[in-house]
Design a protein around this ligand. Sequence first.
Ligand SMILES: [Zn+2]
Ligand SMILES: [Zn+2]
Length: 170
Amino acid sequence: MSLALTLTLLARARQAEFAEEDQIIYAHVLRDLDLGLIGAACEELAREPREAFASTMPTVGDIRARCERIEYARAQEPLATFACPKCQDEPNGWIQWECPQTHCGRARPHAPHPFTARCPCWLRRNGAMIRLRDQKNREKGRPQTQDAIALGELESGAYPYIPQVGQSPT
Ligand SMILES: [Zn+2]
Ligand SMILES: [Zn+2]
């Protein structure tokens, strides 16, 4: 949802007038905040009863303060809700890295770039499927898949991202 729509819905919920000039000001003052966070803050504010003498439309200050409160509350939540804190249960096991902070393994000098690698948990969980695909590939004379290479490296202890994965990526 766009910021304009989020704010318009909040105004509707609070039966507030929300002129176009105000929309521009709100959008400008909130521009540095995460859109998802603003959405969560507006949803909370929309559901709350309005206090006596409070303005119908929450001020930008109200919205900012609510965003900060939600962000703080989220930061307090334990990470233990994930079965795998490394990939945070990403369905396909992808973990994103930034090269050169985490080296991608390419030997030649090159510009910084993001890249992804499979989490060991995903490789282990899908070992049978990876081997089956790899076998079919080989029957057709195709090269080994990246997943098969990664699985082999994981099993031999040579998977290059293990040290970084061990440090729980952010
Ligand atoms: Zn994982
Ligand atoms: Zn690289």
